[in-house]
Design a protein around this ligand. Sequence first.
Ligand code: C2E
Ligand code: CA
Ligand code: CA
Length: 836
Amino acid sequence: MNKDRKKLLFYVRYTLSVIGVLLLLSSIFELIRISRSDELSSSVQSPTLVSHRVLFLCSYNSLYFTYNDQIEGLKETLYPNGIEFDVIYMDTKKYGSEHDIDMFYTFLKDRLKKDNGYEAVLLGDDDAVKFALKYQDELFKDLPMVFFGVNDENFAEEAAKNPMMTGFYEMDYLSDCIDLAVALFPERKELVALHDNSAAGIADEEIFYSLDLEYPGYKFTDINSALLTQDELVEALQGISSDDAVLLYMTCYSDCEGKTYSVLDRTNTVVKYADVPIIRNYSGGREQGVLGGVYMDFRHQCRDAALIIVDILENGADISDYALDLDTPSKSVFSYPLMQKYGISKKQLPISTEYIGEPENLFTYYSKVLPAAVMIVTALLILIVTSNMAVSQQRIDNEQLKRSKEDLEKSRNRLKYQADHDELSDLLNRRAIVDTLARKVKSGDKYAIVMVDIDGFKDVNENYGHSMADYIIKYLSKELKEMSERGNWLTGRYGGDEFIIMIPNVNLDTDSEEVIQILEAFRKPIVVGEETILLSASIGVSNSNFENLPEQHIINAEIAMYEAKNMGRNTVFIYADEMQLRLREESRLKNLVIEAFDRDQFYILYQPKVETLTGKVVGFEALVRAEFIQEGPGVFIPIVEKNGWVTRLGRIVTEKVIKQLAVWKAQGKELLPVSINFSSKQVNDLGYVSFLSDLLKEYDIPAKYIEIEITESLLLEKSIQSDRLFAELKGLGIRILMDDFGTGYSSLGYLIYVPVDEIKLDKSLVDNYLVPEKDGFIGDVIKLVHDINKTIIIEGVEEEWQFKRLCDFQADAVQGYYFSKPLDPSSAIDFQVEID
Ligand code: C2E
Ligand code: CA
Ligand code: CA
């Protein structure tokens, strides 16, 4: 995914999630608003700033069926206008006697004395209006009074004539109810009115019978609960024809014994015992079993009454401007389950009818919260989508990261692989296999290092060409690789036609299975096109020995491999064998050396040194031999040194040489200087020089006949012992020769500082440099030695031309087979150079 697209997606996601969050927040606010408005509509908050107070004188008490509607209506209008109201109940349904009214008057008078901040009076129902008129001067002088719920029309008209009073007549919707009863139940021909003797009850009864004439064919009867006991009432209710009648339930609070009942109580009785449709011209009872009916909207009426109060108190309106209001809207409320029971449809009822117990339509129930719900769902969807987008983007990013990491890792691995592997053979290359072995092999491991070299591979190259050679290397590498994988070996290409293999957990022998397997792999005929090529390999093995590092074993395996080649190719050589051989050889020699010491079998040969200028013998080099040791001193002296016997041998040689000089002297021969080889290990023989000087004295030989050949390494050592040695020898008057010049650290410059009298040029220098065109170097060395006032002798001179050339270069002396091999003493002392 390109960067721009990613950026764009990010902004889209970002914007969407902002929208989602905003939508979620606003839907939450919307929900809060809805629930708040529900609360507000169910109960109006009391005013925070009160500017007026009014009194609501209620004829009954708070349980009266009209009460709640009235209070709600009043609050709805008064509270928003800053008008507060108190309610005082006369409760005349219970306490309606003259005495009760007097008592109430006393109570109210007392109350108003203490707290009379009322600016207007609301009067609920007839009794309150009657009371207010009676005690107007004492209690409510000059206070505007608005009544409502007055059932008696004449009385209402009368009251409205009072200049401080106006109000609302409580319209009776009984006739509407009767119309409904007739319309809904055309087959029922009896209408039974249930009422009592309360103001409303009497008014209703009157209206009821006045309508009788309008419904010919209908039977109008009534039950007056005020004339019956509870039981008689039940009986009367049970007596109503269940098929033919409709009950018009009006009021029935009292019985003939003067007891009053609550609406709830009486309604329960009515619905229980009257098995007929019940129509009611008042509110209440629809939940309990009353079918329904039309009644005056008390809430509406009280709202209107309160409006008059507001107009007077707030706007200074005159109460006398308001006439009696006879027209109050009705309300139709029906029980939905009972409608079902009686087969009544909504169409038969007024449009504004409220249905109680109607199974709620989900849509209408939720229609208020629907927008909020839609918003919430949308917001959540948006948030889910954006978070999904974010998650999938993250996943893509992660995958990309992982992939690029993997790619990196892969290319790193590939590079490492390329760096570690030989391109042609796909085996580990020389460096990698050496490194791997060094890393992987621990000193305690058991393993074998195998070095394989194809025999005569050079011939393949020459006879068949490089591409064939490459093909063969590839082919054999593949074979080796397969074998390695089977045996868990570590295999690499060590050089052109050399392979190295580490075989774990074994030490190999010449006839080990693995060795034979490798040998055979290389022996197998290789068919290329028409050609069949037969090869073989030489194998060297070095087995782990808990001692050497793998690097050493590689070297040993290589040595062993060369040994195998020496043994005639196509064979195996185990390094340990050679070592054993050498050890065995060493111990044999050691025994011979011990014997030589014990039986005094050492003797000395003398090799003449010839002066170039004169061709005369000018001295000898003493070279030690042992009687029964075939090998020369070059082989047995290292064993002598190794065993710490060099001091002893050094003194033996010295003694023999001096004795020989003494013999020659006794024979009357002309003495010549004899040089003695001095091993660098002999430097620790601190008594050597005094031993030598004692011998010289004992045999009466002048020191000038002894010379000491020391090696470069001893000169370079510059230890206290070597310094002392040179000083003592000098002190004795003995010449020092530097032997083997040109084999070690030789630098011409340092010759100036060494305390030697003569330089002896090693045979290897003669071999390497004393050839036409290169020999200028030898000439320079000779010249330099002369420049620093030292003499130079050249050893290992085998050819005449070499001698001649050295004469040209003015070397002081030569020594070599050209003149003579080392000779026994008598031959040596009589040796003469034959000059032709
Ligand atoms: P070096 O001191 O370099 O002695 C010279 C060696 O070269 C001698 O071998 C000698 O026989 C040989 N040589 C001389 N001229 C020729 C020539 O023209 N061609 C060839 N191919 N070889 C020539 P050698 O006697 O076997 O002694 C070997 C080495 O043993 C000596 O090397 C010396 O380092 C050591 N060595 C011999 N005798 C003694 C000794 O008494 N004491 C000690 N410490 N070392 C000795
Ligand atoms: Ca020597
Ligand atoms: Ca030498």
